[in-house]
Ligand binder design. Sequence first.
Ligand code: ATP
Ligand code: MN
Length: 476
Amino acid sequence: MKRTKIKDILANEAADYKVNVKGWVRSFRNNQFIALNDGSCMGNIQVVVELGTDEAIVKRIATGASVSVDGTVVPSLGKGQRVEVKAENITILGECDNDQYPLQLKNKPSLEYLREIAHLRFRTNTFGAVFRVRHTLAYAIHKFFNDRGFVYLHTPIVTASDAEGAGEMFKVTTLPFDNAPHNEDGTINFKEDFFGRATNLTVSGQLEAELGAMAFSEVYTFGPTFRAENSNTARHLAEFWMIEPEVAFNDIYDNMDLAEDLLKYVISYALEHNREDLDFLAQRLVDEEKQKPMNERSDMPLIEKLEFVLNNKFERITYTEAINILLESPAYKKKKFQYDVSWGIDMQSEHERYLVEKHFKKPVIVTGYPKEIKAFYMRQNDDGKTVAAMDILAPGIGEIVGGSQREERLDKLTQRMNEMHIPTDEMFWYLDTRRFGTVPHAGFGLGFERMVLFVTGMTNIRDVIPFPRTPKNAEF
Ligand code: ATP
Ligand code: MN
């Protein structure tokens, strides 16, 4: 018989029909009731093991074991489920030794512990929910762009361009460590390397996406990016996924609208399609909050927070306004910030979070940053001091989106590159877009894991990517 997904049985109003279900045993009660899960949804199906079932089989039913059950879907007499499966034939597909199974040994395993067994954590309710939501978010992002006629452009993972300056890079090489060829001046001779030049893992697909935008008008990338920054925070990974739309003819205001629309679209898509998972994660958060001291508790439950974001326009302020708000804040006056505030600083996460969580209490888009703290390709404003950058700051997260209108004027761009010592000859391909039919254009980078953090209410970025890569950690 063909397998039926547990999700479909639970969603089906009918009863009294034959099924085959397969999955993993979440629990086995009274030698009679199996809670079976196949990952298709949060819920388990209750399988009732009939009296008189072969003892040898019953003995092998244990938490974590995989089984195949032929039986009949019947209305359930017990509380907590509408239907259950009356088993007629049970086959053990794979046994599970409960004296060794980590998920059986630990009663309420902590998220930290589950990170150590990341290869098994998908089998918990929490991670089941998180990764189903992650999937939905990825799908919704593609759907959003596809519905709007964007071309999905695959930008390279291995790149030679090191000009982006977004972060420290991982080198890609096949040269031997102990016997690398050297130039006369003692530097390594990358001409002998695999690509005939020094290469790295990409930190962003933006520069290449810009090339695509100059032909398709609207493109986006959605791929892995790598940063060798040694920041062991709950918001940084060494390998993370980034969504980068790039749109010809868009200015900074169009760019803000696009980012706000995208965030709202994917949040509402998840609320619509993963409600059960989000309700579970919301409850998990409520339980977790209870453990915290009063003053550290967040004031809004997860679902309300997501709906609040959907129903309110993001606040839009300039960097200068943001700095003034910080300077006038009680937190600043009472010296609560660890880092000082003045016009020109690269705002620290404590500043960003003050703006969104304490001051505005909603997502904030900050524009017009000092050019000194932003990348060379951002469009220079007429004041000579700021650039058309925009960061979106989200409650509980801080920066979730970083973007800008790009400098489309060749003379301004080369002048800025020279000031920042970025070799214009090596970047001829990038500058060519400004030579051959340049147009105003804009784009941004949305960190996918930060988006997943926001929607799931999880607090550590290591818990929203299946296999996190962070300093000193790449085990699974
Ligand atoms: P931050 O200041 O938080 O380190 P950034 O300014 O370096 O971020 P950008 O270079 O603008 O970030 O990257 C675009 C987006 O990618 C960010 O808004 C964020 O959502 C995400 N991002 C950046 N670095 C990381 C990282 N190490 N891990 C996960 N996501 C990241
Ligand atoms: Mn960074």
